[in-house]
Design a binder for this molecule. Sequence first.
Ligand SMILES: [Zn+2]
Length: 176
Amino acid sequence: MRLDAGHAAVTISGRDKGRLGIDDIMVVDLDGHPVGTEARPSAETALHTQVYRRFPAAGAVLHTHSRAQSVASRLFAPRGVVRFEGWELQKAIAGYTTHASVLDLPVFPNTQEMPELVARVDAWLDAGKPLHGYLIDGHGIYTWGKDMAETRRHLEAFEFLLNCELDLLRLKGATP
Ligand SMILES: [Zn+2]
């Protein structure tokens, strides 16, 4: 979560994400440097701080590795994007007021080199394309919002929409 214009609270590296308590959280600046602690931040901190830098209104970032996210990321990686069209739940994403819209969720290649991923996200944004979240191939999703409530809503909506697309492909026996 964002703390102020220059700081965020992130998870300490290696902690059990299902059992996080106050002692598992640390403060970093928006370049990912620890503030007031010797603890090491989570490996993907650079992707979180990038969102806070690029979206001044972002108050929270969530990153998860669900099964639907992982499978969809593999299926849609060759296309580079999951395109949602005509789903009522697109309206759960901030700024979307009708199902008659196009919502793109890009899929970026996975890498252990965070600067490579940061550069891909920057390139997407610098091209002027809307971005509310992204998948990393074989890995998971990032999404954000103005506060934790909106971010949780975005995460739940993307999870639902990805499951719908996967169900349709499964039922149709098709590939994207
Ligand atoms: Zn991850």
